[in-house]
Design a protein around this ligand. Sequence first.
Ligand code: FMN
Length: 155
Amino acid sequence: MSEHKLTILYGTETGNCRGLAQKVAAKAQKNGLEADVFDLAAYSVDQLAAVDNPVLVIISTWDEGAPPPKARKFCADLLSQTPDLSGLSYTVLALGDTEYEQFCECGRQIDARLEELGASCCLERTELGADFMVSYIGWSKKFWKRMAEVYGVAK
Ligand SMILES: Cc1cc2nc3c(=O)[nH]c(=O)nc-3n(C[C@H](O)[C@H](O)[C@H](O)COP(=O)(O)O)c2cc1C
C-alpha cells in the first residue's frame, strides 16, 4: 500500500461533490497525506483497480436514482465489469436530497458494487442531504478519526 496517499474520486453535476472533494484534499495535505483527486467523468475502472491506497468516493444522485450524467460511463462500467478489487479499501460519501424518493441511490449502488467486487469498506457509507455543507462537518470528523487509525496521522 502507498502509505501516505488518499485517492478521492468525485462524480458531480453542479459541483457540490467536487467542492467537498477539494475540502477533503486540503485537509489531507494538512495531515501530511498526498491526495489524488479525480473526476469520475474522466476515470476508468482499470485505473481504480490499480489503486493501492484508500479510496474515498464522493458522488451525488440525479434523475430518479441515476448517477450524475458525466459519471454515468464510469458507473455503468463498474456495474458491468468484474475487476478484482479485493485489495481495495474504500468509503463512500453520498450526496442527495431527501425530497427525492431515490435518496442517495447512486452512492448506495456504488458502495454495494465495490463490496461485491471484493473491496473492503474502511468506513460505513454516509449519506448527506440538502444541508450537506453543515452535515459534512460531522462526517469529516468521523472520517479523519478513522483515517488516523488507517494511516497513523493527526486528526
Ligand atoms: C433534477 C434533480 C434531480 C435530482 N435527483 C435526485 C435523486 O433522485 N436522489 C437524490 O438523493 N438527490 C437528487 N437530487 C439532488 C442532488 O443529488 C443534490 O442537489 C446534490 O447535492 C448535487 O450534487 P452535485 O452538485 O455534486 O451533483 C436531484 C437534484 C436535481 C436538481
